[in-house]
Design a protein around this ligand. Structure first.
Ligand code: LUZ
Ligand code: MOS
Length: 753
């Protein structure tokens, strides 16, 4: 089934935030951010800025009628700074003017006096000073301390991952206006309309029923709009409410890059112990999460790191600790994978280290430790329908890893200036919000009297294709033509108390709610049909807009049936509520059954490295992925391809850099390199592991948004292997991203031998 936005996207008619026709009297807001990463505000002079023609008002914390508190999980973040600033770009004031140009001009004239304090940007330094955002957490299984004795080999070391800019095409923005009876309407580019509604209500001192948030679609999000769309939306609502005029805010790319948080950088110390036959017996790791200046989603991200810290392996004795460290950087936030990629990188680094010391390919260790049916995850969940081994076997059968290895060895033995490298990257990713209470969704379905159907859910379309999936589910459930279905905007007045569209759960949760609503409606329609056809409701079925009785076509059509139902005063609207069954988690024991199912897959990545220049290309990504019974193969492949390229970018070229004093050095596309078509793998072949799929996945089609991202981690290790083939004297280190500059240094590094 086609994307319902197909025509409007390709003709440029789809409405993003900036395409909403602008109302008369609209004002424009530009944020004034702190020029310092840490300090006390001792003076703020707005007088020159206020003289700029067109400026209507400048808002600071003093203008907030409610609470100056935008914290999502914990209350440690303000909308506007009060007397201290904690990161560069932290909002201090909002200038609102008749034009955006006037507001920008005024922002430059704001004078702030800051008494500087020392900024901390490094998470280990923050930890040493005791600067934590939340208490640290540890997951344990077995007895690590006792297990070291049983190990033939023990290796320890350090591993680091970098940040990552979301670089959604549409920057953060919002457009709000006062509506009837002191209500406020907010159009926000957010993954979490309910969160925007809740925080706007808190800041404006309004009950939530006076705040309506509407989202048509986002121009990308990747997690960056789960929490961090909120401050922009709330500022526009605040200004609109106090000025009683529409107010629009669109962050410039530079402001967006400087002001908003990114993927959390992590730094880790690991210890891994193996038997003589390469079974991993023990794994201990302490990770320092660079959380930035406020908690944002860091507690939940920390939790997912803990859950995924052994990736697709069974390790009987583990002890994994994450410290969430407070630093003077923008609050780091959700990003596709949500802490799992960081945790998985650490175990892969530990395995790679062991392999290099033992002088064997890492995949020998990887294969020897794949999770098996009924193994226990560290967090107490028993692994069921484990497909990691099957994915690997299928991958090996399809692409012959031995042959690839031989070809690479043969290529490298020619000793040209090029080397090739290969790595295997297995992935096991748990589906469900780790916070059990968030795993619910609702749908509101109207059948209109002409037979067309309008569907509202909590799902936000951000380019991932959730609307296509929902439309197809609905067309199937009612057995009507796809063009009868409209997926409405996501709106807090129609569907309330939603969880953000995140954690790869958007289709599963909202689609299941939709099925529940549809089931109630078709039940009522079949009752009407049974009256008209003088038969039992069970004899009635709907098929391709026809009503069948005992499998035989009748003269009753979908449209006629709907009209008859209306005449009989049967309700043609319905809601469905879905809450994921089975799952629970006990945080006091750190044990439970947090995930409704897991997604598995295995990839092989090969790279070609130019050893004169340090340049490289990703040659091939070959993978077998367990889609379950894919409901929309095109959407799923799109997510696989996009995820892998984004993962490769994180591991190889995207480098978020800050100066010591907390200034972002990579705040434009000339200094921050993201993958383009030239850096995408030349060959990407994905095979589906044919499985029937879990019954709790929507139409047994597994969640797809995040899991493929982590295949990209293989690019790091493939590159390392290529470097080692050229420079055997090099002792590998595990400091991602492995940019061309770093690769070049390592090609000629002989110091550490
Ligand atoms: N967001 C969230 C997420 O709030 N909880 C999660 O568990 C999660 N997982 C992945 C991505 N976003
Ligand atoms: Mo998320 S990383 O907002 O699914």
């Amino acid at each position: 089934m086609n994307n319902p936005d197909l025509i409007s996207h390709t003709t440029g008619r789809s409405q993003y935030l900036d395409d909403i026709p602008v109302l008369k009297n609209t004002l424009y807001g530009v944020i004034f951010g702190s020029p310092s990463a840490h300090g006390k505000i001792t003076g703020l002079d707005l007088s020159a800025a206020l003289t700029v023609p067109g400026v209507r008002r400048i808002f600071t914390f003093e203008d907030i009628p409610g609470k100056n508190d935008i914290g999502g999980i914990i209350s440690d973040e303000t909308l506007f700074a009060v007397d201290e600033v904690h990161y560069r770009g932290q909002p201090v004031a909002l200038v609102v003017a008749e034009t955006e140009q006037a507001a920008r001009k005024a922002v430059k004239l704001i004078k702030i006096v800051i008494s500087e304090l020392d900024p901390v940007t490094d998470p280990r330094e923050a930890a040493a000073k005791g600067h934590f955002l939340i208490p640290s957490r540890t997951f344990r299984m077995g007895d690590v301390a006792a297990a070291w004795d049983a190990c033939e080999h023990i290796f320890e070391g350090r591993a680091d991952t970098g940040g990552q800019e979301h670089l959604y095409l549409e920057t953060q923005g919002a457009y709000s206006w006062p509506s009837d009876n002191s209500c406020i309407r907010i159009h926000s580019s957010t993954q979490g309309p309910t969160l925007v509604q809740k925080i706007a209500a808190r800041v404006l001192a309004l009950p939530m029923n006076r705040v309506e948030v509407d989202v048509a679609r986002l121009g990308g999000a990747f997690g960056g709009k789960e929490d961090q769309a909120t401050f922009v939306a709330v500022m526009s609502a605040l200004a609109a409410s106090l000025l009683e005029r529409p107010v629009k805010i669109t962050l410039s790319r530079g402001d967006d890059m400087r002001m908003t948080g990114k993927r959390h950088p992590y730094s880790a110390d690991y210890r891994i112990g193996l038997t003589g036959d390469y079974r991993i017996v023990a794994y201990q790791v302490v990770m320092y999460q660079n959380g930035g200046a406020a908690a944002d989603l860091s507690p939940a991200i920390m939790e997912r790191t803990l859950f995924h810290s052994t990736n697709a392996y069974f390790i009987p004795n583990t002890e994994v600790t994450v410290h969430s460290c407070r630093t003077n950087l923008p609050p780091n936030t959700a990003f596709r994978g949500f802490g799992a990629p960081q945790g998985m990188f650490m175990i892969e680094a530990a395995i790679a280290r062991a392999a290099s010391e033992l002088k064997i390919p890492a995949r020998i260790i990887q294969q020897a430790n794949f999770l098996k049916e009924n193994d226990m995850f560290q967090y107490g969940q028993v692994a069921m329908d484990v497909n990691i081994g099957k994915c690997f076997t299928a991958l090996n059968k399809e692409f012959e890893i031995d042959r690839i290895e031989k070809e690479i060895a043969e290529f490298n033995s020619r000793r040209t200036v090029y080397r090739k490298g290969m790595a295997l990257m297995p992935v096991c990713f748990g589906i469900s919000f780790t916070n059990t209470s968030m795993n619910h969704a609702r749908a509101l379905v109207h059948i209109y009297q002409d037979g067309s159907i309008g569907i509202s859910t909590g799902a936000v379309e951000m380019g991932q294709g959730v609307n296509t999936r929902l439309a197809r589910v609905a067309a199937g459930a009612f057995s009507v033509a796809p063009d009868r279905i409209r997926i409405e905007t996501t709106n807090t007045t129609r569907v309330a108390n939603t969880s953000p569209t995140a954690a790869s759960t958007g289709a599963d949760l909202n689609g299941n709610a939709l099925l529940i609503a549809a089931d109630k409606l078709t039940g009522r329609l079949k009752d009407v049909a049974s009256q008209l056809l003088h038969c039992a409701p069970a004899d009635v079925s709907l098929q391709e807009e026809k009503v069948l009785m005992n499998g035989e076509q009748t003269e009753l059509t979908w449209e006629k049936l709907v009209r008859e139902a209306l005449l009989r005063r049967v309700a043609l609207s319905e809601t469905g509520h879905y809450a994921t069954p089975v799952i629970y988690f006990d945080k006091t024991r750190e044990k439970g059954h947090p995930f409704i199912y897991h997604v598995y897959g295995t990839a092989v990545i090969t790279v070609l490295l130019d050893c004169l220049r340090g340049r490289y290309s990703i040659e091939k990504v070959l993978l077998v992925h367990d889609f379950g019974n894919s409901h929309n193969p095109d959407i799923d492949m799109g997510q696989v391809e996009g995820g892998i390229v984004q993962g490769i970018g994180w591991m190889t070229m995207e480098e978020v850099a800050f100066s010591k004093d907390g200034r972002m050095l990579t705040d434009s596309l000339s200094t921050y390199k993201v993958p383009d078509i030239y850096s995408a793998p030349a060959v990407l072949e994905c095979r589906a592991l044919g499985t029937e799929g879990p019954k709790f996945a929507l139409m047994r089609s597994k969640a797809i948004g995040e899991p493929p991202f982590m295949y990209g981690i293989g690019a790091f290790f493939a590159l390392q292997n290529a470097i080692r083939a050229f420079n055997p004297a090099w002792t590998p280190d595990y400091d991602a991203p492995l940019t061309p500059e770093k690769v070049l240094m390592r090609l000629y590094d002989r110091n550490n031998q």
